[in-house]
Design a protein around this ligand. Sequence first.
Ligand code: MG
Length: 167
Amino acid sequence: MAKITDFRIGHGYDVHALSEGLPLVLGGVTIPHDKGFVAHSDGDVAIHAVCDALLGAAALGDIGLHFPDTSADFAGIDSKVLLRRVAALVREKGYEIGNVDCTIRMQSPRLRPYIGSMRAAIALAMGVGDDRVSVKATTTEHLGFEGREEGVSVSAVALIVRARASE
Ligand code: MG
């Protein structure tokens, strides 16, 4: 029987507010800064967007469905744990992760020194090689909530793939 390569693409988007004096955890990396994320979990907006892209690709709902922010189980949780669980859900459905790509919109600090560590942390949590993970960062030229440093937004896409018998 012929095999069909079944590709699925997913998109994720997340926003978290910044507040003074909180730890900044982004892409699985703690970054020295005077502001961090207000959130139920560690607030890692990049990992949340990647989780939603993977869940979207597998048509498995969204991060809020799997990890409700009303649950004490997820209070302050390391978002890498959530990403590990999401990758497991995707594999349970028979898919392997092709690649993910995300864009962080944040005015400051400059994120370039942390990009390599973020890629490695996200890849490790998903159980794939670093070259399957892309992290990009841009400012918004001081425009919008990201530009005023009130919050950070991240969009992500993910490709997943499985081989199945043709119908
Ligand atoms: Mg979130």
